[in-house]
Write a protein that binds this ligand. Structure first.
Ligand SMILES: C[S@@+](CC[C@H](N)C(=O)[O-])C[C@H]1O[C@@H](n2cnc3c(N)ncnc32)[C@H](O)[C@@H]1O
Length: 338
């Protein structure tokens, strides 16, 4: 009950923040789609087999990305995805949020840390995943994120140590000495990396020898054919809906982990289809409700337009996962040799 009340307060607070958005911020947000998600780099299976080098995501530290996340984090909080990731289907009978926790439990088990361990989250959102990981492991959680507004929310979270959460960019040198953390993890922020080799080496550097890195992020699968117009369209729609940056074949990821010095322990893809269907249905209901509240002038039209933009073409994401063109949950665990 208390948890439900906190969840409702968080959603109302997000709605309150959305109501404060100015016309200029609204327009700036809408134009981020063109700046961030058109012409994004792709490195597919064909590229891999032709030995074409992976292309990083150039806009991974841009003001447009920060602007996008300031607003999208509020829109995500209205639904089940305050944690801003679509989890794999760990248990089809459970909700999206419960599936997130199941993934986090799996990650915690694979990171294999003790109670007094130090764990770093890369691109930590508002700290909601870190809060859950702290509850699961009893360890000390740290995190950094490029968007200050999300870090400010982490600072207000009583379950987290505010000084452990900072504004930071994973495309720049990490603000930690060598061999600091027992474990590092990243859940769906890493497609914004501009130079994969650089960022993975930074993760490797701040991990203690024997420490583990847990990764769960977007990967292109064997079936994706860039020359197929319908595949390209499905992926473009999925990109705009789920806001990933670079689209990289899973073997590019695996090679990059190994090249940074890691020993790869696990690497496998999971489907999220049943979870996506639940979330798409929820935002469909929001669209109807917000459209009605706009028509009777209870809410300004911009809130409805934001929801509609965010939710557009969501059926394509379901189709892209069903056809196994993409997984938003390529899951890998690796260790820094002792
Ligand atoms: C799709 S969300 C992933 C979910 C996230 N792990 C969470 O806790 O909400 C991507 C996150 O990466 C952050 N991010 C994007 N680019 C970044 C960068 N260059 N450095 C650090 N964080 C970044 C975004 O602000 C956002 O919080």
């Amino acid at each position: 009950m208390a948890q439900k009340m906190t969840g409702m307060r968080t959603k109302l607070s997000a709605l309150g923040e959305l109501l404060k958005i100015s016309e200029a911020e609204f327009t700036a947000f809408m134009s981020t789609y063109g700046a961030l998600f058109v012409d994004s780099p792709e490195s597919t299976k064909t590229d891999y087999e032709s030995h074409i080098k992976l292309q990083g995501y150039k806009q991974g530290s841009s003001p447009e990305l920060e602007q996008y996340y300031r607003i999208i984090s509020l829109l995500c909080t209205l639904g089940s995805v305050e944690k801003m990731y679509m989890p794999p289907v760990m248990d089809p009978k459970k909700s999206v949020m419960e599936n997130q926790v199941l993934l986090e439990e799996k990650m915690a088990k694979d990171l294999d840390v003790t109670k007094d361990a130090k764990i770093l989250e890369i691109g930590c959102g508002c700290g909601a995943i870190a809060r859950s990981m702290a509850e699961i492991t009893g360890a000390h959680l740290y995190g950094f994120n490029i968007d200050k507004s999300q870090i400010e929310k982490a600072w207000r979270d009583l379950a987290l140590e505010p000084s452990n959460f900072t504004v930071g960019d994973f495309n720049k040198p990490f603000n930690f000495p060598d061999d600091t953390f027992d474990a590092v993890y990243a859940i769906q922020p890493m497609t914004y990396i501009s130079d994969l080799e650089f960022t993975l080496k930074e993760i490797f550097r701040v991990l203690k020898p024997g420490g583990k890195f847990g990764f769960n992020d977007v990967a292109a699968l064997d079936n994706y054919d860039r020359e197929n117009h319908s595949h390209r369209l499905l992926i473009q729609h999925t990109r705009e809906l789920t806001a990933f940056g670079g689209f990289w074949y899973y073997k590019f990821w695996e090679d990059a982990f190994k090249e940074a010095g890691f020993e790869l322990l696990k690497s496998e893809g999971y489907s999220a289809v049943e979870n996506i269907k639940k979330e798409v249905a929820l935002y469909g209901r929001f669209e109807t409700i917000f459209s009605f509240l706009t028509s009777i002038r209870i809410l300004p039209r911009k809130i409805f337009l934001l929801i509609r933009r965010m939710h557009a073409n969501s059926e394509s994401y379901i189709k892209a996962e069903e056809l196994e063109l993409i997984s938003l949950n390529w899951y890998a665990v690796m260790s820094k040799p002792k």
